[in-house]
Unconditional design. Structure first.
Length: 131
C-alpha cells in the first residue's frame, strides 16, 4: 500500500492549476466521511485538476485502488469543504476511461465542490470562461 500525505506542495499544485482550494494548512481529517454522490470523469481529468492521488493501492483486489483526499474552499459559507474521490469495488486496475467516481464528504457540498473544480478546469481547457 502506498500512501502520500496531503502536503503544502500539493496545495500549491492545486492553486497553480486554478482550483479554488482552502489556503489554510490546518490538518483536516477525512475520517468519518461517507458517499455523497458520483462524478463521471476520467482518471486523467482528476489528475489534471487535483494532482496525483493521495492513496494508491498495490493490490487490484482492494475495495479502493486509488483516492484523493481534498480540502476545497467552495462551501458557500466561507468554510472549507472536505472531499474524497475514490473508485469503489472495481476489483481490477484503476479505471482510466470515463468512470463514475465516488465522492465522499461530510455534506453534499463535497460533490458540488468537486464538480465545480472539474467544470472550471474543463472550461479553461476548452477555451471557455468559467461562470
Amino acid at each position: 500500500m502506498k500512501i502520500k500525505s496531503q502536503s503544502v506542495s500539493s496545495y500549491n499544485y492545486l492553486a497553480q492549476k486554478g482550483a479554488n482550494i482552502c489556503r489554510s494548512f490546518v490538518p483536516v481529517s477525512a475520517n468519518g466521511t461517507s458517499l455523497k454522490g458520483l462524478v463521471n470523469v476520467t482518471y486523467d481529468t482528476l489528475v489534471a485538476v487535483f494532482g496525483e492521488p493521495t492513496f494508491v493501492s498495490q493490490y487490484q483486489d482492494d475495495k479502493v485502488t486509488c483516492s484523493w483526499e481534498l480540502v476545497l474552499a467552495e462551501g458557500g459559507n466561507g468554510h472549507p469543504v472536505v472531499a474524497t474521490i475514490y473508485d469503489w469495488k472495481v476489483y481490477g486496475p484503476t479505471p482510466k476511461g470515463p468512470y463514475e467516481w465516488h465522492v465522499g464528504g461530510f455534506s453534499s457540498m463535497a460533490v458540488y465542490s468537486v464538480q465545480a473544480a472539474i467544470a472550471q478546469y474543463e472550461a479553461k481547457r476548452d477555451g471557455f470562461f468559467a461562470v
